[in-house]
Each structure stands twice: as structure tokens, then as C-alpha cells.
Design a protein around this ligand. Sequence first.
Ligand code: ATP
Ligand code: MG
Length: 425
Amino acid sequence: MVQLSPPPAVHWITDTLQKAGHDTWAVGGAVRDILSGHYAGDWDLTTQARPQQIEQLFKRTVPIGIEHGTVGVLARDGTLFEVTTFRRDVETDGRHAVVTFADTIEEDLARRDFTINALAWHPIEQKLLDPFGGLKDLEAGILKTVGVPEKRFAEDYLRILRAFRFAGRFDLRIDEASWKALCDGTEHLRGLSCERVRDELLKALDRHRIPSRTLSLYAKTGALGVLYPELDELRTVDHSVALNRWEFTLASIDELPPGNAFLRLAQFLHLLDPKKVVGILVRLRFSNAQTDETSQQASASPLPGLGADDQAIRRWLSSNSPERLNALARLELARARAHPSLRKTPSKVVDSWRRARLIRATGVPLSISDLAIDGNDLIRIGLRPGPNFARILEDLLDFVLTDPTQNERRVLKAHVEARLGAYEE
Ligand code: ATP
Ligand code: MG
């Protein structure tokens, strides 16, 4: 007997399916996480029942991925549990595995990628099923594919990136045969869809305490050069600078707390030329908003140092957008921590941050929306709306950034009127 103490709903769902005659097991992440002494994330169940049968047995269900055999079952407390019909791989093209339903848990476990992910636990019998020695590998700290590595990676090359992520997250050594096969397979990563590659990277950055472990596997195996050649260039040693740019990048990602993948992504890209940053984000099909925010964070200039006057700080806040202050300060603080001999020490970054926060809190005008007049006022002054409105407002912002006390309707109107001729050109 192996006791794993899952949430009560796991027992209830399993019991309901078992009583209807369908063999049902807890699988994957949660079983692995608990057995390796970690906190379990989502509990996933796998069952002999077909999706329709699952839907008939439970009052509240959500069709999460019926085509993959996954039905979401809502527990009384509102938690959603994924219940997936046993599956087997039938044919594959390296981009993703094609699956069909299977009749036994053994078949289902055999299609899973790594031995540590091919563990199943029976919530009623409290029995562990481990046909590929995943528990032993977990204890020995080894990541190994289920079955012949070359074959398993060729079925779905995303498994190469998944190997990096699991090895990094649990600090596992990738066994020799799997290592060789995945190094040989990196060229094929080009064939994967951008979205899968992107989501895998975000997962590696998101919750891990030390994401550099995963990212250095990308580098060591050549996957970085295939997927992110711009970042791979950081690894070339430049003897004119004291620090190794790649190592510095990794260390400064590790200094950011888990739970904010996008902040870590900005750090990952921060040493690249701004055009390359945008290039990578667009290529990975991030949304326009995500691309904009992340590239602005990655390419921002450092906070003004202690010698800067208030105006310099206002201008920095204005050009980087005041809402971005905390994110940018966190990024810079992590870099200062990762490389203590940088010009700005962590405590100096904190001082600059504090000062910028104080200035922002005074409510001084920092963006066009803070100006005492707007486009309608310009029309009332007699200007024709058009592209030059933006220029005029920028000009006014510049004026009040120099002296915030000038942010009054009367003063700004006079300022515009004095330049009417120039604006009308
Ligand atoms: P996480 O905690 O990151 O969610 P997980 O193990 O639950 O880890 P998922 O990606 O959610 O990972 O997948 C759930 C399970 O499905 C895995 O444990 C694995 O057994 C199987 N699996 C997922 N993707 C693949 C794949 N590409 N090839 C083979 N098996 C896979
Ligand atoms: Mg999961």
C-alpha cells in the first residue's frame, strides 16, 4: 500500500467510475511530485471509461478536450479535475503524437514520455503501478525515456524540451542513451509549432526555483542554437568584457522569484539588441500586447543613479511608462544581485527605486494623459485635428517634465498659442 492523500474529490471521482465498472487511476504530475517529496499540482485521472460515459456519470462536467478524450469533472468545491480516457500512440510525425483510445492502464503508461511520468496510483486500492521503474529513477535522480529514446523523441520532438524542463525542475541527470538521442535530435526542433516551443519555454520560466538548470540544458545540447540563435550568440566569449553574458543572463533570471514567467522572459532577452528581442517575441507568436510589454521591459534603460536630479528621474519614468517602474526595478535588482561588481550595487538600485517611487507618488505629470489640456482644448484653440496633435502634446509633456508647476490650462494654452505658426506648418 502506498498512501498519497489526494484531495477527497479524487477518491469520489475514482469511486464513481470504479462502481460503474471502469478501471481508474491517478497519473502523471501529481503522483510523481508527491513521490519525489514535492507539493502536488493538479491531480489528473485516467480511466477505461470513454468520454461519453464519463459525462453520463457526473452531473457537472466540462468538455475540455473531448477529441483527446479529456472531460473536466467539477468537484463540489468547484475544483476541476481532468479525467482522460486510456490512450495509446498510434502514429506520429515528430510534431505531435497522434493518439487513440486504449483499454488498459498499461498501454496508457507506455505512451508517456519519461519513466518518472509513467507512474500511476490507484486511489481506492492505494496501489502504485510502475512498469518502467520510474520510482527508482526518481530516487536515483535520473531522467529516462519510456522505451527506446531515439524512437520516443522522433514521435514528438517536444519531448526533448520536456526532458530539459523535468531534469531542471527536479535536478535530474539525463541518462546516457536518452542524452545522446536528444542531442542528435535537436535539429528537428525546427519542425515544432512555435506555440508549443513558446509554451514549453514559459513553463520552464514560470514556477521553477532555478530556471537556469533547464536553460543551460538548452545551451549544452545545441537546442538553444536551433531555436534561439540570437541567445546562443551570448555564449561566445568576449574577452573585452569581464563577464560572460550568457552566465550573467542565467544568474539574473535565477534571482527573480518564481511565478512570473514574463518578467523572467524579459530578463532572458535583456542583453539582446531591441530589434532581436522583438524578432524573437514575434516569431514565438506572442500577442501584440505581450510582445510590446516584454520588449519594453527587456530593452529599458537603467534607473537613474543617485547623482541624477528630479527632472532626470521624471524623464526616465515618463519614457519608460510609470506603471513599469516596479517591474523594471525588479529586473535591475536581480541583475545587480547576480553580478555584485556591476556599477550599481543592489542597495543602490533599491535607493534609486525608492526615489523614483516617491517622485511618482507626488502626482507630477509624467504622461500625456496627465496634461492639464487635451486634444479637445487644442481644437478650441483653433487647431485642426491631425497627426501633429501627438507632436504638440509630446511637446507640452516635454515642457511640464522640465517644470511640473507649469501644468495648468492657462499656461499650456499660452504655450501652444505662442507656437501656433510652427504647429500649423
Ligand atoms: P506539470 O507539473 O508541469 O504539469 P506534468 O507531468 O503534469 O507536469 P503535463 O504536460 O501536464 O506534465 O502532462 C501530463 C502527463 O502527460 C505527463 O506526466 C506525461 O505522462 C504525459 N505527457 C504530456 N505530454 C506528453 C508528450 N508530449 N509525450 C508523452 N507524454 C506526455
Ligand atoms: Mg500537468
